[in-house]
Ligand binder design. Structure first.
Ligand code: COA
Length: 170
């Protein structure tokens, strides 16, 4: 049965290998996603509760991380990366991880999450073109691939350029 929980120290190795494997066949990859996660765990922008694993029995089959970013003077989150074991893809694990992460983020009071990625995938979770909401990427990217989701409706809208943790090397 699928079980989702916060990542623990003893998961680090499995998570590293999982991300590496998942991104080998990914459409878009810089080949550094597993190392990015290692760097982000040491970052001041790391949010312990938002480093999340999915388990099938005791095997780690999925991972998602949300880290803090700034949009002008306000904090928000960035979803990056997400990875599901190739042989476990298209079974709803990615969805379960993202929804768990969004709910935890709401509990923690984060009002917005941004993501860089496939618009057809993230649209399914409510993400919309960020430029239409006056939130901009700090790099050149097709506008439809930089997206934002408002997690808490009654919080104020955020506007500005997104500033990632320095560990992203952007
Ligand atoms: C992207 C990824 C995390 C999706 O995980 P998954 O467990 O296969 O996804 P799910 O089965 O939960 O699918 C959730 C929804 O997204 C859709 N979806 C999944 N992958 C998609 C893709 N690459 N493009 C568009 N839609 C996608 C599914 O059809 C499903 O839609 P539905 O709920 O309307 O039926 C997984 O394919 C993966 O690890 N890929 C390699 C790494 C990667 O590319 N990460 C994303 C970088 S932007």
């Amino acid at each position: 049965m699928l079980y989702i929980r916060k990542e623990e120290k003893s998961d680090f190795n499995d998570v590293y290998n999982l991300i590496k494997n998942a991104f080998i066949s990914a459409e878009h990859s810089d080949g550094d996603e597993e190392n990015l996660v290692n760097r982000l765990r040491e970052s001041k922008n790391f949010v312990d509760d938002l480093s999340i694993v999915a388990l099938d029995d005791k095997k780690i089959v999925g991972y998602v991380l949300f880290t803090k970013v700034k949009i002008a003077e306000d904090y928000a989150l960035a979803l990056a990366p997400i990875a599901v074991c190739p042989e476990y893809q298209n079974k709803g694990i990615g969805r379960a991880l993202i929804e768990y992460g969004h709910n935890k983020a709401r509990e923690l009071g984060f009002s917005h999450s941004i993501v860089l990625g496939d618009e057809n995938l993230y649209r399914k979770f409510g993400y919309k073109t960020s430029e239409d909401y006056n939130v901009f990427a700090p790099f050149d990217v097709p506008k439809e691939n930089f997206m934002i989701l408002k997690l808490i409706e009654d919080k104020k809208d955020l506007n500005g350029i997104v500033k990632y943790a320095k560990e992203f090397n952007i």
